[in-house]
Design a protein around this ligand. Structure first.
Ligand SMILES: [Zn+2]
Length: 67
């Protein structure tokens, strides 16, 4: 698994890495927010998220149930 983050100039991740979401709507939101083309193999590091937005151990489907 890559330890590189795909945002801006690809850089080595200093913190946790997150995969691209399987959910298409969330994937599109991420793509727009990051301004990059996301591929399934891409990873985004925790640096690009607010600490409050990172819920460790929470699955995307759990988040959708709350919304
Ligand atoms: Zn990064």
């Amino acid at each position: 698994m890559s330890t590189y983050c795909c945002v801006h100039e690809p850089h080595k991740a200093s913190k946790s890495l997150f995969g691209v979401p399987n959910n298409l709507e969330i994937k599109i939101l991420c793509k727009e927010a990051l301004g990059v083309q996301l591929k399934k193999s891409h990873r985004v590091c925790a640096k690009h998220f607010y600490d409050n937005d990172i819920v460790l151990g929470t699955q995307i489907k759990d988040l959708l149930n709350i919304l």
